[in-house]
Ligand binder design. Structure first.
Ligand code: SF4
Length: 177
């Protein structure tokens, strides 16, 4: 139920928002997630041929302007919404790993760059429900990614966010960093 509320907020607010966060997003993809998205695209015959790009880490292919290949310009929705990458699902909550403390730190985007984040800041029930989902998604992601990909992702700066919490990182994640 809580997730439905979050989804309707997301559809509504993201549709009206002028900031396209799927531009230059490059959300990390584990091998498992690539397989899931591949199957989803095939089943729905969405006709996207080039799905992923592979560098220091893998992410959805982008068009010539850097827009994610799964972004539907007409509806302004994600074509793979139900199976989208973990960091897309978690947004506007993001994360960082502090190697000194061994903790995963949680951040929320500022309202200036994400109206949904602004609403979450003022709606503790919505925030709690979304944080639960975001935390599960991100913890699964950091457990499944290999060390090289995770190190590459941690180099990406996420300005205009503020810290909302932290917790111990699973030891197996620390061990690969
Ligand atoms: S996978 Fe979907 S939500 Fe994520 S960047 Fe691409 S279009 Fe946006």
């Amino acid at each position: 139920m809580a997730d439905k509320t979050a989804k309707s907020y997301t559809s509504d607010i993201c549709f009206k928002c002028n900031i396209i966060c799927c531009q230059d997003a490059k959300p990390p993809l584990t091998r498992q997630r690539q397989k899931i998205i591949e199957g989803y695209i095939k089943t729905r015959q969405l006709g996207i041929t080039k799905l992923f790009l592979h560098g220091e880490y893998s992410f959805p292919a982008v068009n010539e302007t850097g827009l994610c290949v799964f972004y539907d310009k007409k509806t302004r929705e994600c074509l793979v919404h139900t199976v989208k990458p973990e960091t897309c699902r978690a947004g506007p909550i993001t994360f960082d790993i502090n190697l000194k403390t061994g903790k995963i730190e949680w951040y929320l985007k500022t309202a200036d760059i994400c109206p949904l984040a602004g609403i979450m800041s003022n709606d503790s029930n919505l925030f709690k429900a979304h944080f639960k989902v975001a935390r599960e998604e991100i913890l699964r992601l950091v457990c499944e990614l290999d060390g090289k990909a995770l190190r590459a992702i941690l180099k990406i700066e996420e300005p205009e966010t503020f810290k909302i919490g932290e917790e111990d990182l699973p030891p197996e994640v620390l061990a690969k960093l």
